[in-house]
Design a protein around this ligand. Sequence first.
Ligand code: PMT
Length: 418
Amino acid sequence: MAAGELSGRRIVLGVSGGIAAYKSAELTRLLGKAGAGVDVVLTEGGARFVTPVTFQALSGNYVWTDLWDPRRPANMAHIDLSRAADAVLVAPASADFLAKLVQGMADDLLTTLCLARPRAGIEGAERDCPLLVAPAMNRQMWENPATQRNIEQLRRDGISVLGPAAGDQACGEIGMGRMLEPEELLEEVVAFFQPKLLAGRRVLITAGPTQEALDPVRVITNLSSGRMGYALARAAQQAGADVTLVSGPVDLAAPRGVARVAVRSALDMHGAVMQRVHGQDFFIAVAAVADYRPAAAQGHKIKKSSAPLSVALAPNPDILAAVAALPDAPFCVGFAAESRNLDEYAEGKRRAKRLPMVVGNLVQDGLGGTDNSIVIYDEAGRHALERAPKEELARKIIAHAAACAGAWRERRGALPGA
Ligand code: PMT
């Protein structure tokens, strides 16, 4: 994730009584690192697991534990904290805490604050302060019908339930009920704030390099890290899309909530894309696909000799061109990686492949690193974006594609997902 993805946001982090509270110390640090201001509110149970001092040191702010705390004018911490917050996140949310939320109980600072938070639609509410909960408990407690009833009710009440996950539990049992890891919760919070520009849409993305085998140990490949494609997959998923990422070999974890299909060669990538493209609303071709492959891969390791070696190359299929030519083609976004003449070559590729949108970049600006400089080419002309982290550019590319796709669909008539 790019630093500053939560900058300007203020989060109330509620910590109720559960062993997962120790992970919330790390979550506090991560939220702060992402730019958010964090106000921690501990229940009595939460404070038994991790002390207020820990959270105060990590958040750099006072920690709140007492409904009757006199540090606020008029003793209204339960009102003031949520009025200043963009969201309240309770992590861990114990079974007891969730049950209290369902009942609308207000017997300590955190429950009172949750009940009193402003909600859009209520007369006089100036702003919405959404509530997110990250349950954490023993698997029997989680699967108990009482807890499941409570979870259903919380969802109906508009509360976002993050997780839980399955796995080893502190009690020694294995099953559902582990709190999501701090990094996963951070991703959920970042995603929560993204506009859902692609809600209900299906997006297929290629990323990374391909590897073309010369023999069982050697390949022809390139320096693509996959970062740009993975950032787009993450941005599309956070914009509400159902995302499939067909990826060449890279050293990156799949973004949360994205289905990854791992491939090696251009032919593998072509097969994986053509198998999945029908019914997709968007196709974004970010992969640096090898244009050629050795015409005949050797079955055994090529032996060294002093004679020069020539390798015959055969052209690979152009995956993007094949998708764009389909009668039910999705909205296609191509990339153009050039080392010079960006405008001429990128716009040329857009026209040659009849694409509604191409993202052009110079390899010296964007190949391999964390940042990029790009120019978007579409029917309306060129749109240059300032150099920025790939995550930030990815959100802008997704917003641009979402904005162009409606008019493009209308021009094309009845299309999938239109
Ligand atoms: O991975 P990173 O290190 O983050 O670097 C990002 C990037 C520079 C690789 C990326 O931003 C980028 O420009 N990707 C496209 C690379 C490329 O192969 O460009 P191209 O101009 O050769 O290809 C044009 C388009 O056709 C691309 O959308 C490409 O995915 C597609 N293509 C190309 C050849 C082929 N056989 N099949 C294809 O689908």
